[in-house]
Write a protein that binds this ligand. Sequence first.
Ligand code: COI
Length: 337
Amino acid sequence: MVKINWDSLGFDVVPTKSMFKATCIQGGKWEGGSIIPYGNIELSPAANVLNYGQGAFEGVKAFRTVKNNIVLFRVDKNAERMAFSTRRLCIPEMDVDFFINAVLKTVKDNVDYIPPYGKGSLYIRPVVWGTSPGIGVKPATDYTFMIFVSPVGPYFKKGLKPLNLKIANQFHRAAPKGIGNIKAIGNYSASLYPLAQAKKEGYDEVIYLDAVSEERIEETGSANLFIYKNGIIKTPPLSGSILGGVTRDSVCVISQKLLNIPVEESDVFIKDLEEADEVFCTGTAVVVSPIGKITFNEKTFEINKNKIGPITKKIRESILGIQREESIDLYGWLKYL
Ligand code: COI
């Protein structure tokens, strides 16, 4: 049995038994691959990913449920997005079945690291890189796909306490027709400096505005954004510079179909945040996290008196309920191990 204190899990890397590795070389297809012991890998310093950032990743979660099953949540959506990301980055397009089978194999070999029911989840990180050496700016010839896993708890250290966010006025996350709508590793490196600065000032995360008008809310560095006002949920539309989050989609479905709350995918302005009854962010890592304070240009406003709102709570519990099999999986989102 593995020795892990399941009650103190955060969002960190915990080394596990094994990882998955496959390669795709010289214009071939994604096939094969194997489970190997978890550990460091060797790369050329000239590897395309290290120099030009040719890489994409995914985030999936596996849960131990109240019925003592092990399930993956909406892994097919992650597989589709990986196909989309690889295409955009000139990485050989990854086949959906190949992706799902590789995830299943990796989780099966690391079941001992899936936290007990209610104590967190196994975060699965599939990641693909251009690994052949090159100095000219062009796609690599050889690619490596790996999957590692880690037991995780809450993404934000403060758990369910509402987040304190800052709207970036000096930085953009993504531009129209760029790569903000795929899970490119470079999108996250762009967010590191604004995030580090914001954290120094006491904020938990950064909200980015659209790069053209700087009036519309896009998303945070690690999650999509939602507001609730007068019985309606609103989230920015997938304009091209916003990531199509799996949890974002799940929240839209749950709100409309399960909770009977209309959802509008339409522009959200700073004023809308200020006037919202509730604001929350969504993602595989953050699940559904309440936002209690937002600062823009030195002006701070509070949302719902800096408390988690009833709608945010309901949506969060609905998603967790499905993931933990406490409620019925009406939409066929669970894949059993
Ligand atoms: C996820 O939510 O799984 C992500 O990939 C976001 C990442 C920044 C943790």
